[in-house]
Design a protein around this ligand. Structure first.
Ligand SMILES: Nc1ncnc2c1ncn2[C@@H]1O[C@H](COP(=O)(O)OP(=O)(O)O)[C@@H](O)[C@H]1O
Ligand code: SF4
Ligand SMILES: [Mg+2]
Length: 341
């Protein structure tokens, strides 16, 4: 195993609660626990994948880490270039603005995330202008440089985003994120809205840029084969909590949490001799305004016992670097995804 790298980011007991909208969940009261006490770190230069069904709190996690929304509780600590620790959650407004250029986001939907009334040049330049990092001709030089790096045609900088395909729009979104030389980027489902034929090109661009600029990624996706391809480690979320976090191959092939096993069993497999029956996840993910007691997963878990209905399982390390929140993580013999070759 490779040497552990220094931590770039530490998330401690992070929570984001929303007031449930009137009538949203029947009784018109209560709290949506979109993230309910998550802790993890990301090493310098690594990609941490974040997976889980829709509504499990992935986007909220990315947004709270970047302070696009304020956390209800908890800390987000950054350590850039091996220097001092910055408590990002506690930065006052002025310092926050200066620090923000270090952290950027790439969005899922390249159709709605780009302002249709701005030219491509202005869209890419905006973060530079807002942060005051460059002036005058420096701005155009930097925009051209990053556009070329993202394989955009310089002639196209004068056009508006509607003129472009999904893949090209995502290149614009990536150029906009990279223009300020960030250290950390949240990629929120960056290829989910794209044709499969285009996905690999965008993933390659993201991975090449990571190598070239020493970037650290939080990579959110629901396509597990994409996550396996790009991630060093993967965290699995369920109803606002992380239920398993492990190095990618451990998580995929020797999972410790029944929810991870169920996700893995649903990956399409090319091998006709495959013995594993998919563990169908029955029912919808429950509402985070009214989650099941004890282990949130118990109503859907094939291994649930009495204790699971009453007692929240502790999230702890069962094998080196492999964390899980299940009362029986050290007893169950779970099956991972099957390699198709
Ligand atoms: N602004 C908000 N107000 C109320 N509830 C929200 C808000 N944003 C997200 N949520 C709720 O938080 C939960 C997690 O959402 P999200 O982070 O978008 O999940 P994911 O990205 O995993 O699909 C969902 O139940 C969602 O409805
Ligand atoms: S704690 Fe119980 S219900 Fe939860 S995942 Fe483990 S076995 Fe299943
Ligand atoms: Mg999302």
């Amino acid at each position: 195993m490779s040497e552990p790298r220094p931590h770039l980011l530490k998330v401690k007991n992070l929570k984001k609660y929303y007031a449930a909208r009137q009538g949203m969940f029947g009784d018109g009261s209560g709290t949506v626990k979109a993230i309910d006490g998550i802790s993890f770190h990301i090493e310098q230069g690594e990609t941490l994948g974040l997976v889980g069904e829709s509504g499990s709190g992935k986007t909220t996690t990315g947004r709270v880490i970047l302070r696009a929304v304020e956390p209800t509780e908890g800390q987000v600590l950054f350590r850039l270039n091996g220097g001092g620790i910055t408590d990002f959650t506690a930065l006052p407004k002025q310092a926050l603005r200066a620090f923000r250029r270090n952290v950027q986001m790439i969005f899922q939907d390249p159709y709605s995330s780009l302002n249709p009334r701005m030219t491509v040049r202005d869209i890419i330049a905006e973060p530079l202008v807002v942060s005051g990092l460059a002036k005058g001709s420096e701005i155009d030089d930097r925009v051209r440089q990053v556009a070329l790096r993202c394989q955009l045609n310089i002639e196209h900088l004068r056009r508006y985003p509607h003129a472009f395909s999904g893949g090209q729009r995502q290149r614009i979104g990536i150029a906009r994120a990279l223009v300020v030389n960030p250290k950390f980027v949240v990629c929120d489902e960056p290829v989910s809205a794209l044709d499969v034929s285009i996905q690999a090109q965008i993933l390659n661009l993201l991975m090449d840029a990571q190598q070239e600029f020493g970037l650290t990624y939080l990579f959110i996706a629901h396509d597990l084969s994409v996550v396996e391809h790009v991630s060093n480690r993967v965290a699995v979320m369920y109803l606002g909590r992380i239920v398993e976090l492990a190095p990618t191959s451990k998580l995929f092939y020797q999972p410790l949490h029944p929810y991870t096993e169920a996700l893995m069993s649903a990956i399409p497999d090319l091998d006709p001799d495959r013995m594993m029956q998919p563990k169908i996840l029955e029912g919808e993910i429950p509402s985070p305004a009214n989650p099941p007691r004890g282990c949130h997963f118990h109503p859907r878990c094939a291994y649930a016992q009495e204790i699971c209905k009453t007692t929240v399982p502790e999230f702890k390390e069962y094998k080196p670097g492999q964390f899980a929140a299940c009362h029986f993580a050290d007893q169950l013999q779970l099956q991972g995804a099957l390699k198709s070759n």
